[in-house]
Design a protein. Structure first.
Length: 577
């Protein structure tokens, strides 16, 4: 299986003209944009103890295990047994690979005194020996470690340069992808000062001590025929090998999500219009000591684990057992999430590594566990190993990486009344998407906590101050009361609440009494109305009676008049007769 890679066409033909061989070393292929130059020599240089031998051995082992390419390691300093023991600490079984004929280790002893006595030096024997080893197992990768021992005792610079050029030319003719290691000189990359000029790719490893803290860094000095990363990159050597972290890819083209993740506090969810934090966003929880920052971050991952999300908790101040014990007192069982494989703690003192090494370790742990939620508690402890600007630069790189992976991260930061921490707090707060601030509210002989949503990008949020309460039942937010002297919290809030309740009871009692009086007056009024109605009806009946009698009298009178008229008429007729 061939491991030669061609990168995607990005409009730059240089990226496609040079075939590359993947190194298999985590992160290195990314910054070299594909790996080391295929069929060409690469120089790995650096001071003693920087990791050159381990670097080149992992190149061979990864090639054999992951890409099916056999390799030859020619050592001029350490014997095969010593090399096998050294890489065993990284989890590699060099003896087994030799038995399987995937890697061949050849130790060559250079006798410096013999060269000094005879004055003769010829690499022909080395070429024959190395060529035989390559042909025996069909090697595609070759390592020569270290070149200083190969030319030990050779003082004639003319012969030295000629043999160096001859060696590099021979390796190119064999078509093998080679790594040659070299010790760094005082003012040159190597002691001879020539290897870097004839090599197609030069990588410098550096192991520096700053403030009693060690940091390993890698830099690609040159890479003929292709573009490559030119910055310094931290790298870590641990039980799984070498990890290089490309930390300067800061293009603002990361994916975003409108999906929200609950905060773990229902009342806080209500303060955010999205019902929580956006997935893939960064959140800062800051406050003075004892305000509940760790409790809030633990509540956040507790809810996330309940929702089936994988969470990674980086603790720089407390041990995992201490955090779990403390959270159990407020109703959170974090151990159950660990048992379910949803939660993992990574605890270390900030002084264990430098800032860059912490960044590599965090990067590697995230890559391995693949979480959806990450917590760093607290980031202000990193001030002990770096300046404010260095911590901010580290967090910029970390946030950039997490946003690219769509991982939601919560930072906690300690706020103190001094300039350094205020600068740290403000510097980080400008980077994050949401900022929750918890402050002490002292009054009436009590110290209570107030929670503010300082900002939450992309969503509406409450501008109210809520009292932050931690109890055996968990975390909650209470409505604050405004009294004559300002915000009321704690017992003052309870007293005000009881006073309001008492006032409501008295008010209700007063309303009931007024209502009963109104009912009584209504009844009296209705009784009077009934009496008046009865009197009216009686008067009305009397009037109707009088009216009826008057009508009857009129009718009788009219009838009498008619009868009288008729009678008179009849009387007149009788008299005339």
């Amino acid at each position: 299986m061939s491991s030669t890679q061609s990168l995607p066409d990005n409009g730059n033909t240089l990226l496609n003209t040079l075939p590359k061989t993947p190194s298999g070393i985590s992160g290195l292929d990314q910054i070299t944009m594909g790996g080391l130059p295929t069929g060409r020599p690469t120089l790995i240089c650096g001071s003693t103890g920087c990791g050159k031998t381990l670097f080149s051995l992992e190149f061979l082992i990864r090639g054999a295990q992951e890409y099916g390419e056999a390799g030859v390691f020619m050592a001029f300093e350490e014997k095969p047994q010593e090399l096998a023991m050294n890489v065993a600490s990284l989890g590699f079984d060099l003896n087994k690979l030799q038995e399987e004929k995937k890697i061949k280790v050849d130790y060559v002893h250079i006798d410096r005194s013999e060269i000094e006595e005879t004055g003769e030096y010829d690499l022909e024997g080395l070429f024959i020996r190395l060529g035989y080893a390559i042909d025996t197992i069909g090697a595609k990768r070759v390592v020569l470690d270290t070149i200083e021992n190969l030319f030990a005792g050779l003082t004639d610079l003319g012969i030295l340069r000629a043999e160096l050029r001859r060696l590099f030319g021979w390796l190119k003719e064999k078509g093998v992808t080679a790594i040659i290691t070299g010790e760094q000189g005082e003012k040159t990359l190597t002691r001879q000062g020539l290897e870097e000029y004839v090599s197609d790719c030069v990588i410098l490893l550096d192991h520096r001590i700053i403030n009693q803290i060690s940091t390993r860094r890698l830099r690609i000095i040159k890479y003929r025929g292709t573009l490559h990363g030119t910055n310094e990159y931290p790298f870590l050597i641990d039980e799984e090998g070498i990890s290089v972290l490309p930390v300067t890819s800061l293009q603002l083209d990361k994916p975003v999500s409108s999906e929200s993740i609950p905060t773990g506090i229902p009342a806080l969810n209500e303060m955010l219009s999205a019902g929580g934090f956006f997935r893939g966003s960064s959140v800062l929880v800051s406050g003075t000591a004892g305000t509940g920052k760790t409790s809030m971050s633990a509540s956040f991952i507790n809810q996330a684990c309940k929702d089936g999300l994988r969470c990674l908790y980086f603790a720089f101040e407390e041990s995992p057992l201490q955090i779990m014990r403390n959270m159990h007192s407020i109703g959170m069982d974090l151990q159950s999430h660990i048992d379910a494989g949803l939660l993992k703690f990574y605890a270390s003192r900030p002084t264990l590594y430098g800032l860059e090494m912490h960044l590599v370790a965090i990067h590697k742990a995230i890559k391995k566990f693949q979480p959806q939620v990450v917590v760093l508690d607290p980031i202000t402890n990193l001030i002990t190993i770096g300046s404010v600007s260095e911590v901010k630069a580290m967090l910029v790189r970390l946030i950039d990486f997490l946003q690219e992976q769509q991982i939601t991260v919560m930072f906690t930061a300690l706020t103190l009344n001094n300039i350094v921490n205020e600068q740290t707090d403000e510097g980080v707060s400008s980077l994050v998407d949401a900022w929750i601030l918890i402050k002490d509210i002292e009054m009436n002989g009590e110290r209570n906590k107030g929670l503010y949503v300082m900002k939450s990008r992309g969503m509406k949020h409450s501008n109210q101050i809520r009292e932050f309460v931690i109890s055996e039942n968990g975390l909650d937010l209470m409505d604050v009361y405004l009294g004559p002297e300002g915000i009321l919290t704690g017992s003052a809030r309870e007293a005000h609440r009881l006073e309001e309740q008492t006032g409501k009871v008295l008010h209700t009692h007063t309303l009931d009494r007024i209502d009963r009086e109104l009912q009584r007056k209504r009844k009296v009024l209705e009784s009077k109305i009934d009496s008046l109605r009865t009197e009216f009806e009686s008067t009305e009946d009397e009037l109707n009676k009088i009216y009826t009698e008057e009508e009857i009298r009129k009718d009788v009178l009219s009838q009498t008049r008619e009868k009288m008229t008729s009678y008179r008429s009849n009387s007149s007729s009788s008299a005339s007769e």
